[in-house]
Design a protein around this ligand. Structure first.
Ligand code: G3P
Length: 224
């Protein structure tokens, strides 16, 4: 399973990269706005920075919601760097745009997917990735992980090559569950990735190893 980081914050991308586990980056207009990046030039410059930092796929989302506008933006975004994946919303014109962009050899990530039917349509249009939003489904008291599992079954049975990118991941448990049900990729904030490191028995076990080692050194010294 690939690990993507879901942020536009350069420091967080760098930190995940330094951990040696980073396969790619996803962004969205809210995440760009959160970093205070506004204006087309600045936004494109920021994508360039991210693409210079990470060799894996970097999802950059279109703002247009009409077919022509999405195609125009997609072409401009894909010219920023080779590893740009154009993020397209799951709407009627979006499906059409995904189909056209696939024909042009431009990678796409179909975003805002909340049902198996939407995922099926995106895959049929040739999307490189589909992004089901786990956390936002859980927020509505539905089961986000069940959706990943359903999409996995459909894509396996129908031999679709579209990758399942589990998005709106909020914690380490989401990451583990997504891995168990067959997600190809998880995209998550840095703190969700780092939470995977934590276990109290690791901390107490390491402390005991170091204490025992220290005690053995001290005992050996006092014997000599
Ligand atoms: O990038 C889309 C998605 O990951 C958003 O997550 O936490 O805003 O639902 P969240």
């Amino acid at each position: 399973m690939k690990f993507f980081i879901d942020t536009a914050k350069i420091e967080h991308i760098q930190e995940a990269k330094d951990l040696g586990i980073l396969d790619g980056v996803t962004t969205n207009p809210s995440l760009m706005a959160k970093e205070g990046i506004t204006g087309r030039q600045n936004i494109y410059r920021h994508y360039r920075k991210i693409c210079d930092l990470v060799s894996g796929d970097v999802s950059a989302e279109v703002i247009s919601t009409d077919y022509k506008g999405m195609l125009k933006e997609a072409r401009a975004l894909s010219e920023i760097a080779e590893n740009i994946v154009v993020k397209i919303p799951m709407i009627r014109d979006g499906v059409r745009a995904i189909s056209t962009l696939t024909g042009m050899g431009i990678k796409t990530n179909c975003t805002l997917v909340f049902s198996a039917g939407q995922a099926l349509l995106a895959a049929k249009a040739g999307a490189t990735y589909v992004s089901p939003f786990i956390g936002r489904i859980d927020d509505t008291s539905w089961d986000g992980m069940q959706l990943i599992s359903d999409i996995f079954d459909i894509f396996s049975l129908q031999a679709f090559e579209t990758e399942i990118l589990a998005a709106s991941i909020r914690n380490g448990l989401h990451i583990v569950e997504a891995a168990k049900v067959g997600a190809d990729v998880v995209t998550c904030p840095l703190d969700a990735i780092l939470s995977l490191l934590k276990h109290p028995l690791t901390d107490s076990g390491l402390q005991k190893f170091l204490e025992d080692h220290q005690k053995a050194q001290t005992d050996a010294l006092s014997r000599s």
